[in-house]
Design a protein around this ligand. Structure first.
Ligand SMILES: Cc1cc2nc3c(=O)[nH]c(=O)nc-3n(C[C@H](O)[C@H](O)[C@H](O)COP(=O)(O)OP(=O)(O)OC[C@H]3O[C@@H](n4cnc5c(N)ncnc54)[C@H](O)[C@@H]3O)c2cc1C
Length: 404
């Protein structure tokens, strides 16, 4: 009998198992899940979970696994892959034989040299356990320093500011969300955070964390300046968990390399989600993405590949980030030099920044404009896209343009 083994029960792994059953897969499915909990949604961890609603949101109800005949092994880590025998070895001493192996191992929070995350008061955020610790720390802390003005850093800063903490965000680059959004959107988001009382310090990296007798007391910036803090959050990105694949001899380069079928260099092994990198990005979305959309779309695609019914993977990337009252949604991917046009009401904080390359729409960043975001996803999936000339017309509306 066919046996699909999925390593990792995050957004990608669980969706892959569900899509296999939805597609009529009749073989056995086993999910190996290192974490003890029922598989849960990660995005709330840096948002609502830190506030009043600490209940983790499950990816699927508890009955899903039994009802769908998906064997879920929680608290078990996959420790090795024997590709000759098609076996995965597990931390509990067992070995599972697979016909197809799906690696959905996600990513881990990036560490900074010289900073010991084990110190009380120093935090990272990737797992439910991390978020629970951070939530407890937020109840007692008075001054938070966040290192990194990416999505997670700013989402946390908004929560901490709302709870009344004195919050400073240090960013080594020239602007917030520098790798993810246009300069215009970046400037607006920075202004909004500053207006709500969060202190942003640009061009400031981390030199060290000063630790007192028991806990963190301050962050020393690369400039030498000292920022007092009883809570430090390191939010400096994530690294793909590709070690299992590397040790098994699969091709890996900052992510497990996959082709347009999401197959690794061993055709019996697929990789999906945060841990996977498309080796030919021209075929679809860029190399490696960290988003729920990418994880779930790749999972659905992997299931189709296993069922033998897929074309090449090509999905419009999209993303969201909630930072206090700021509801940011992004569709598509912009190049760093793509020119932009802004539509909507910037003063009221409800607008979209449209990016173009060779007069072709590449990306739409929407702030508190969900209708623009939905229209953008439709437009970017097709060939009929507005050019800069269209969008500067006085009565232009993205939703109208996208209507069939
Ligand atoms: C705090 C936070 C907030 C986020 N907010 C957003 C957001 O607002 N919008 C958005 O689109 N995206 C957001 N993301 C990103 C999104 O959560 C990830 O892109 C998504 O979780 C990727 O899914 P995945 O299944 O690839 O990886 P993961 O969800 O990381 O799941 C991988 C799982 O595999 C397990 N695993 C790894 N190795 C092994 C092994 N050897 N054996 C067994 N199990 C193993 C891990 O323990 C983990 O549970 C956020 C991420 C974080 C951390």
């Amino acid at each position: 009998m066919e046996h699909v083994v999925v390593v990792g029960a995050g957004h990608a792994g669980v969706q892959c198992a569900a899509s296999l059953r939805d597609g009529g897969f009749a073989g056995a499915i086993t999910m190996v899940a290192e974490e003890e909990h029922l598989p849960y949604q990660r995005p709330p961890l840096s948002k609502d979970h830190l506030g009043e609603e600490p209940t983790p949101l499950p990816l699927r109800g508890a009955t899903f696994y039994g009802d769908s005949a998906v064997e879920l092994l929680t608290g078990v880590t996959a420790t090795g892959i024997d590709r000759e025998r098609r076996q995965v070895t597990l931390s509990d001493g067992r070995a599972l034989t697979y016909s197809t192996l799906v690696l959905a191992t996600g990513a881990r929070a990036r560490r900074l040299p010289g900073v010991d995350e084990a110190h009380l008061g120093v935090h990272q955020i990737r797992t439910l356990g991390d978020a629970d610790k951070l939530r407890a720390a937020l109840e007692k802390a008075r001054r938070a320093v966040v290192v990194g003005a990416g999505f997670l850093g700013l989402e946390f800063a908004a929560v901490a500011g709302k709870k009344g903490l004195d919050v400073t965000v240090l960013e080594g680059g020239t602007r917030v969300l520098g790798r993810s959004v246009s300069p215009d959107m970046s400037a607006h988001i920075a202004e909004a955070h500053e207006a709500s009382g969060i202190r942003l310090v640009l061009h400031e990296g981390l030199s060290s964390v000063q630790v007192g007798e028991h806990a963190a007391e301050a962050v020393v910036g690369a400039s030498g300046k000292v920022y007092p803090a009883d809570l430090v959050l390191l939010a400096v990105g994530a690294n793909p968990r590709d070690d299992l694949a590397r040790e098994a001899g699969l091709e890996v380069a900052d992510g497990i390399l996959v082709d347009a079928d999401l197959r690794t260099s061993d055709p019996a092994i697929l990789a999906i989600g945060d841990c996977a990198r498309l080796s030919n990005p021209a075929l679809g979305s860029p190399g490696r993405l960290e988003s729920v959309q990418n994880a779930t779309d790749q999972a659905r695609h992997a299931a189709e590949v296993i069922l033998g019914s897929a074309g090449p993977f090509a999905a419009v990337p999209w993303f969201w980030s909630h930072q206090g009252a700021l509801r940011l949604q992004i569709a598509g991917v912009r190049g760093p030099d793509d020119p932009t046009v802004t539509i909507g009401d910037v003063e009221a904080g409800r607008f979209s920044v449209l990016s173009f390359r060779d007069d072709r729409l590449t990306c739409v960043e929407s702030l508190n404009r969900p209708a623009d975001h939905l229209a953008a996803r439709r437009l970017l999936a097709g060939d009929r896209r507005p050019g800069p000339g269209d969008v500067t017309a006085p009565d232009f509306q993205l939703k109208k343009f996208a209507a069939p």
